[in-house]
Design a protein around this ligand. Structure first.
Ligand code: OFO
Length: 164
């Protein structure tokens, strides 16, 4: 049986993951408005990934006999000054999520909750990837600066991303 403290923290993480999905869906809409459909595609795939993260925590909580308690999802931002600012926000958000995952790992260690510790390793690795891909897109956007041609090339590359 999972501890009440860990149960509460996982419920909070389910909320964080659904908020991540919501934020990226909002951002996908922002790019669609500008006809940058490659950026839209990348964020839409990411939105699904985040829902998958929420589901992973949800299923784990049930498996451990915990109680699922869903909380209100706050309203995400709707606009950003530029594609670069939007992806800087993605990177900032992913760093925040990494911090949350690390706190969960520390809690699992302190409670000697080996099952939660093992489950969280997947998220530790996933966050390395999540931060790296956001960082990569920010770096490319910095490279092209205000050149429309470069932006369209990135847009074409991001259109290739497929759902897992
Ligand atoms: Fe983006 O990794 Fe979950 O939140």
């Amino acid at each position: 049986m999972i501890s009440q403290k860990m149960e509460g923290a996982i419920n909070k993480q389910i909320n964080e993951e659904i908020y991540s999905a919501y934020l990226y869906l909002s951002m996908a809409g922002f790019f669609a408005e500008q006809n940058l459909m490659g950026f839209h595609n990348w964020l839409f795939v990411q939105y699904h990934e985040e829902l998958g993260h929420a589901e992973k925590f949800y299923r784990y909580l049930i498996e451990r006999g915990g109680q699922v308690r869903l909380m209100a999802i706050r309203e995400p931002e709707r606009s950003w000054k530029s594609p670069k600012e939007a992806f800087e926000a993605v990177l900032k958000h992913e760093r925040h999520i990494t911090g949350r995952i690390n706190e969960l790992v520390e809690m699992a260690e302190a409670e000697k909750d080996r099952a939660s510790f093992a489950m969280l390793q997947w998220f530790v690795n996933e966050q390395v990837e999540e931060e790296a891909s956001a960082q990569d897109i920010v770096a490319k956007l910095e490279m092209v600066a205000d050149h429309k041609q470069g932006l369209l090339m990135i847009d074409r590359a991001l259109a290739e991303r497929k759902k897992d």
